[in-house]
Ligand binder design. Structure first.
Ligand code: SF4
Length: 387
């Protein structure tokens, strides 16, 4: 059953309207998985009710029954207008995409049909000339094609959707409140036809169910056919408490034979991560398959080179290099170097002769940075990307 499509669904969701103190969240450093320096949650709680959702974890302090109660930040648009008012700001906004779509509530969940906070936010972002990256699981995102096209003509938009697989049957168990993967892929095809860049966040893959080579290959193949620009991959975390209890309860009912396997890979670490061995094995599988289909595993440089400041461009590229090194099981100094650069106040081009004084920057990293500053790219980065 896809409850998303049921007309009476909206009336059934207990909605609580609250007055928020702030909306826009500035990150400590650019988020290289999404290319965003700012994000927002217009809603708290999510009626999509994915079984694995980590928004259910106590860590995020979402009040009420997750999956049923939804909080609407009723003054969000007034607040955003104030927060985006450049005259009120002491420091300029950081360059980068503005992220619309939070971890504790999908911006296009059913209440959006009534409140239209996401649509109104997009209008503000268009007026303020920001590039936008939207992440959702809902086909309602198509409603806003008019405004996405305007933002894309003026600047750039990425529309991304998240998946745990492209299998409609499995999705109906673990993602009971969202349109099927087939409908989501169709939505991405629709945006691609309109000239808008699209990403797939293949996360989380569900252990022993959607992480098999067969499932991953089927998903990557369908993404390729839909013309998607990149796939970002990740495994599933299960934090002790509400998130794990809820997930394991469903697993017990539908896949009882897998319970022991789950206990073997989720040993209660504080981030809810599976064991390193399991983690490496699924990344290895994804790496082989994504290279076979020639799909980028990070957001391609062409979608951010002209958008980021020079320091953030270097940070993102070093973090992407770090990702590829770790995928190959190698040690990498690039993550630390990227973090150190993200904390600098001065542009790197003013520091060309002192780069080695930056934490984590050795002679090879220095070479990479200088090449990026001169050409906007790095031959080492491109080599890693192409495998
Ligand atoms: S759509 Fe996203 S935020 Fe909503 S329940 Fe699913 S995983 Fe959680």
């Amino acid at each position: 059953m896809n409850i998303y499509r049921k007309k009476e669904f909206l009336e059934k969701v207990p909605i609580k309207e609250v007055t928020a103190k702030s909306i826009l969240r500035k990150y400590k450093k650019i988020e290289s998985w999404f290319l965003t320096c700012y994000g927002m949650n217009l809603y708290r709680g999510c009626a999509h009710n994915c079984v694995y959702c980590d928004g259910r974890s106590e860590k995020y302090q979402v009040d009420g029954e997750f999956g049923e109660d939804v909080i609407v930040k009723i003054n969000a648009i007034d607040l955003l207008r104030r927060e985006f008012n450049l005259k009120r700001k002491r420091a300029p906004f950081k360059q980068g995409y503005i992220g619309v779509g939070g971890g504790v509530g999908d911006s296009y969940q059913p209440v959006e049909e009534k409140y239209e906070l996401t649509r109104k936010t997009l209008h503000i972002l268009y007026e303020k000339k920001f590039p936008v990256h939207v992440l959702t699981k809902s086909t309602l995102v198509k409603r806003d094609i008019d405004i996405f096209k305007k933002i894309n003509e003026q600047n750039r938009v990425i529309v991304s959707m998240s998946f745990s697989s492209a299998d409609d049957k499995i999705s109906s168990v673990f993602e009971p409140g969202v349109p099927s993967p087939s409908e989501r892929l169709e939505t991405l095809r629709f945006f691609k036809k309109q000239g808008i860049a699209c990403g797939m966040y293949l996360m989380p893959v569900i252990p022993f169910i959607t992480d098999t080579p067969k499932q991953i290959e089927s998903t990557v193949k369908k993404a390729k056919e839909a013309g998607i620009d990149f796939i970002i991959f990740s495994g599933m975390t299960l934090k002790d408490g509400r998130q794990k209890d809820y997930f394991m309860d469903v697993l017990h009912k539908i896949y009882p034979d897998l319970v022991v396997d789950y206990h073997n890979i989720y040993k209660g670490n504080k981030w809810g991560s599976p064991t390193v061995e399991y983690h490496s094995s699924i990344y290895k599988t994804f790496n082989i398959i994504s290279r076979k289909y020639n799909i980028p595993q990070r957001i391609p440089l062409s979608l951010y080179r002209d958008i980021l400041s020079e320091n953030d461009l270097v940070v993102v590229m070093l973090e992407h290099i770090d990702y590829f090194m770790k995928m190959q099981g190698k040690k990498s100094p690039y993550g630390y170097a990227a973090y150190s650069i993200s904390q600098l106040k001065e542009p790197l081009s003013n520091m060309k002769t002192n780069l080695r004084n930056i934490g984590g920057v050795g002679s090879f990293t220095e070479k990479i940075i200088l090449e990026i500053l001169e050409t906007g790219s790095s031959s080492y980065y491109e080599k890693l990307l192409s495998g």
